[in-house]
Write a protein that binds this ligand. Structure first.
Ligand SMILES: Nc1ncnc2c1ncn2[C@@H]1O[C@H](COP(=O)(O)OP(=O)(O)OP(=O)(O)O)[C@@H](O)[C@H]1O
Ligand SMILES: [Mg+2]
Length: 165
């Protein structure tokens, strides 16, 4: 994940990329009794970006962090949302119902080597942020209303110059 090669800004079907990640994770999610709910806009989500790197971001947010922070049980749900926002962007968020991050640490969690886990390196979110920023976009963490956190990032929508002058 720490490769330094430039991101490939290509037309990418984001829904397909997400579904592929969820398919890959299905057994692990099942074994953890964790449900992933998707709440995506009905239109196709064609974005401009690096499919593989964005899948690394999703994998990290969904499995490595949210699943780890979420206790097993009926409410063990991770929600992935995708919605259109102004300026030709889409906003993707991964929300969990886990133990949560103290509000004063919401920015620190992105720092390299910041970890609260005995076996953690503290690189996951730092790498997510580098990947998202290499796309010219932003990623941030918020506290959910009820329980847990959301990690939200933006992506540029792909615009077909031939169709959309
Ligand atoms: N979904 C989450 N819920 C609660 N705390 C989280 C969540 N995601 C990240 N954190 C907190 O942020 C810290 C940093 O996360 P990050 O992914 O960068 O590193 P890590 O998971 O500790 O180690 P690794 O390098 O293995 O990813 C975590 O140790 C944890 O305290
Ligand atoms: Mg991590």
């Amino acid at each position: 994940m720490a490769q330094r090669s430039p991101v490939r800004m290509e037309r990418t079907d984001f829904k397909q990329a997400l579904n592929d990640v969820l398919f890959l994770l299905r057994e692990e999610l099942q074994s953890r009794d964790l449900q992933v709910v998707t709440d995506l806009m009905p239109e196709p989500v064609d974005i401009l970006g690096d499919r593989t790197r964005l899948q690394q971001v999703l994998l990290n947010l969904i499995m490595m962090n949210s699943a780890e922070a979420t206790p097993r049980g009926a409410e063990a749900v991770v929600t992935v949302r995708c919605r259109q926002v102004p300026k030709g962007e889409v906003e993707v968020s991964v929300s969990d119902t886990g133990r949560g991050i103290p509000p004063e640490q919401l920015e620190r969690v992105f720092e390299p080597f910041y970890t609260t886990k005995s076996d953690g390196i503290g690189m996951g979110l730092s790498i997510c942020r580098s990947i998202v920023e290499a796309h010219g976009a932003r990623i941030w963490a918020t506290t959910n209303h009820s329980r847990g956190n959301s990690f939200t990032f933006t992506l540029s929508q792909f615009k077909d110059a031939a169709v959309d002058p």
